[in-house]
Design a protein around this ligand. Structure first.
Ligand SMILES: *Cc1c(COP(=O)(O)O)cnc(C)c1O
Length: 407
């Protein structure tokens, strides 16, 4: 079997630094916190160069030296294509370019596929045969697809108001799925409690080490797309924070091997006012975030009342001189409309939250008009309910063509 070159040395608790061996099944650290994968960065530096990447397929496995999968045969893929960086000049407020990284092009229509292709590939490598997960929709859909492709059983638990399309997609792609009368953290408890009883592996956000490594490719890809010069500001719709933590990790690794230089982007964690535990902790100067009660927002992907990696999100935000900010549902839906109608880019509500936050942050002077900004749109807008259209034409009646002129 062909080996993939990988340079994993060990895993470390993100909070305490406690070390764990690679090539073993791991969940959380003994402190109950996420594990981070560490690499021999000197070996990566010697093992791959920027020009080496040019001839590789335009997918996330082009960064294989930065990834944990050891054997190529264990890669579970549905075609994790590189995603476009779209300029949206009509929405830009000053001289600094505004761009949308459109992650809706990925398999299962969301960037959850980046994390799940990695976690499921590692599960396959480690011989795991049953996986369970709580989800607000997109993660469950990605798990279902990749687990089915890998021949692994999957069990998925969603809040009862999860959009119909997500629940159906999860079932259609071969997972067993249940609606639960609670929120994602309540679903998470069912998964955790079932570990003993059913013997499934808990693939909750950040409760296993490899989803971060998959999400890290957003940072690697963004750097490569921008010719290894990162934007001034990254605005990220933050739920469990995997992507924000992953990108920040990518930037540290790229800096360590000398592929990027200078100041790193300011990382802005965007949440909804109806569920903003990270923003509250950021503003209070806390290291950890407290559980948010009565969480609600149209942006269900960021409706996460408690994040086990809260301190890693807050650390990246603070170390990068960024901030955490919340926007309300009206601003989210207004931004959603504006972007679709002015730029032809149909964001998901979570992506629209980053646009709303950009508009408010520029107005408040928290982002200066000459800074370059990248917004993350993490799913296709087509997975969400859209505003109804009621106009009809009766082809048997004379048609008043004047109406089309005045429109
Ligand atoms: C999961 C999700 C998010 C939040 O991602 P995290 O990295 O877990 O914070 C944002 N937007 C969409 C569409 C999602 O599905």
């Amino acid at each position: 079997m062909e080996e993939v070159q990988t340079f994993v040395t060990h895993l470390e608790c993100g909070l305490t630094g406690e070390r764990f061996e690679p090539d073993r099944v791991h969940g959380l650290s003994s402190a109950g916190r996420p594990l981070l994968v560490h690499y021999d960065l000197d070996a990566i530096r010697d093992g791959v160069s920027q020009p080496d990447l040019i001839g590789r397929p335009p997918e996330l496995w082009r960064y294989r030296e930065f990834l944990p999968v050891r054997r190529k045969a264990n890669i579970v893929s549905l075609g994790e294509t590189m995603t476009p960086l779209l300029p949206v000049p009509k929405l830009q407020t000053g001289a600094g370019p505004l761009m949308v990284k459109d992650e809706g092009r990925l398999p299962t229509g969301s960037f959850k596929s980046r994390g799940l292709c990695m976690a499921v590939s590692m599960a396959k490598e480690l011989g795991i045969t049953r996986i369970a997960m709580p989800t607000n929709g997109n993660a469950g859909a990605a798990l279902a697809a990749y687990a089915t492709r890998a021949g692994i059983q999957s069990f998925v638990f969603c809040p009862e108001d999860t959009p119909e399309v997500n629940v159906r997609e999860i079932a259609a792609q071969g997972a067993r799925v249940w609606r639960v009368n609670g929120l994602i953290n309540d679903c998470g408890k069912i998964v955790a409690d079932g570990k003993q009883a059913v013997g499934w592996f808990d693939l909750s956000t950040l409760k296993e080490p490899y989803r971060i490594e998959g999400k890290k490719t957003m940072g690697l890809e963004l750097a490569e797309q921008m010719q290894w010069k990162l934007p001034d500001v990254i605005m990220y719709p933050t739920g469990g924070g995997t992507g924000l933590i992953g990108m920040w990790k990518a930037f540290q690794e790229l800096q360590a091997i000398g592929w990027i230089h200078g100041r790193l982007p300011r990382m802005i964690a965007v949440q909804a006012t109806g569920c903003a535990p990270i923003v509250r902790a950021y503003e209070a100067g806390e290291r950890h975030a407290e559980l948010w009660t009565n969480a609600h927002t149209v942006a269900t992907g960021i409706r996460v009342p408690a994040a086990v990696g809260d301190f890693l999100i807050l650390q990246a935000v603070r170390d990068s001189n960024g901030f955490a900010v919340a926007v309300d549902d009206d601003a989210i839906m207004a931004a959603h409309r504006t972007c679709a109608q002015q730029e032809g880019v149909l964001l998901c509500p979570e992506g629209a939250a980053t646009l709303a936050a950009y508009q408010q942050a520029v107005a408040a002077g928290r982002i200066s008009s000459d800074e370059s900004v990248v917004l993350f749109n993490c799913a296709t807008g087509l997975k969400y309910p859209l505003p109804a259209v009621s106009q009809t034409l009766d082809r048997h009646q004379p048609i008043d063509y004047q109406q089309f002129r005045t429109e």
